[in-house]
Design a protein. Structure first.
Ligand SMILES: NC(=O)C1=CN([C@@H]2O[C@H](COP(=O)(O)OP(=O)(O)OC[C@H]3O[C@@H](n4cnc5c(N)ncnc54)[C@H](O)[C@@H]3O)[C@@H](O)[C@H]2O)[C@@H](O)CC1
Ligand SMILES: Nc1ncnc2c1ncn2[C@@H]1O[C@H](COP(=O)(O)OP(=O)(O)O)[C@@H](O)[C@H]1O
Ligand SMILES: [Mg+2]
Length: 282
């Protein structure tokens, strides 16, 4: 297997940009989260809340109509734009020009959602995170990746990765295929797992934070929010990907002594984001 670089606290401190005392919400980036469908609006809530709590100034979440009240009530700080369709997205129209977009958690694979994703990729120019069902849809339409901005961040778990690159027979082959994929489409692949690796063309980075408490529903949805927030704040994708996976894992390392593995949930990740930033002690 190819040797990897470790993503350590020392590395993260080199790229962390603490918030300026003159900052205001207009300088902290406006992120857009496109997520959710009937029964999976929770994915949109988790991604949006983690996005906001990673420091971006404004978050707008685009959901099908059924998500409107859920989002407005559960996160009053987040603005909400809705699709004309009730249960899943069909036509993404944003009332703003975002600094970054995270798309995919819980959107499903309905034909309407597929068309909406294609049209969105055709017009979008903002730095992008692709996760979950966006990846599942793209797996069946790989040429759509030619539409995405260079260095778009893809965050597949192992099953989603298999859908994207096909089956592998060994760990070495998995890395080889992912490197070839990253080079071909000029994207950054966050290979989620234990541990998570980041593949940026031929470079491989191994995260040093995180534990099995993260093996819980919605854990990846929060990572999408964290990464989108960092992109919106102006972190380059190569730095946002490292910082995001590091922070995400760190929440679990900090929380574990208090929660144990079993009671840790995706909401605990969000709860511990503040402590994760503070533990960087800059
Ligand atoms: N509260 C919510 O609304 C939630 C919505 N979710 C959304 O639900 C949709 C379906 O997501 P799923 O990921 O469950 O479905 P998938 O069908 O993509 O993945 C589940 C499959 O992947 C395998 N898998 C996952 N992680 C693995 C690992 N680390 N090693 C080996 N195999 C692994 C599982 O065993 C299972 O076979 C997504 O859009 C997702 O964002 C989920 O995030 C759960 C929470
Ligand atoms: N045993 C584990 N050790 C470390 N991290 C884990 C472990 N299990 C899961 N994770 C992390 O949790 C997240 C799960 O993401 P994902 O499968 O997309 O969840 P969901 O779709 O439910 O939100 C990934 O970031 C993954 O690296
Ligand atoms: Mg997921």
């Amino acid at each position: 297997m190819k040797s990897s670089y470790l993503i350590t606290k020392e590395e993260i401190l080199k790229l962390y940009k603490p918030i300026d005392s003159k900052a205001h919400k207009g300088t902290q980036g406006h992120a857009v989260i496109i997520a959710g469908s009937y029964g999976k609006i929770g994915a949109a809530v988790l991604a949006s809340k983690s996005c906001l709590k990673t420091g971006c100034g404004l978050v707008t979440t685009f959901v099908p109509k059924c998500g409107y009240q859920i989002l407005q009530i559960s996160i009053p700080e987040v603005m909400v734009a809705t699709d004309e369709n009730v249960n899943f997205i069909t036509n993404i129209h944003l009332p703003l020009i975002p600094q970054a977009v995270g798309i995919g958690p819980g959107i499903g694979k309905e034909l309407g959602a597929q068309k909406a994703l294609f049209e969105f990729l055709r017009v979008n120019k903002a730095p992008l995170v692709l996760d979950a069902d966006a990846l599942n849809i793209i797996s069946e339409n790989l040429s759509w990746l030619e539409l995405v901005p260079e260095d778009t961040i893809l965050t597949p778990h192992p099953k989603e990765l298999e859908r994207l690159i096909g089956k592998w027979n060994s760990e070495a082959e998995k890395f080889q295929k992912t490197i070839a994929f990253s080079e071909k489409y000029k994207v950054i692949v966050v290979m989620k797992g234990a541990p998570t690796y980041i593949i940026n063309r031929t470079s491989v980075y191994e995260n040093t934070t995180g534990n099995a408490a993260l093996a819980t529903a919605g854990s990846g949805d929060t990572l999408t929010g964290i990464l989108t927030s960092l992109l919106a704040q102006g972190y380059e994708p190569k730095y946002a990907s490292k910082f995001g996976v590091y922070l995400h894992g760190l929440t679990a390392d900090l929380a574990l002594p208090k929660t144990g593995y079993e009671s840790f949930t995706a909401s605990t990740i969000i709860k511990y984001l503040g402590k994760a930033f503070l533990s960087l002690d800059v």
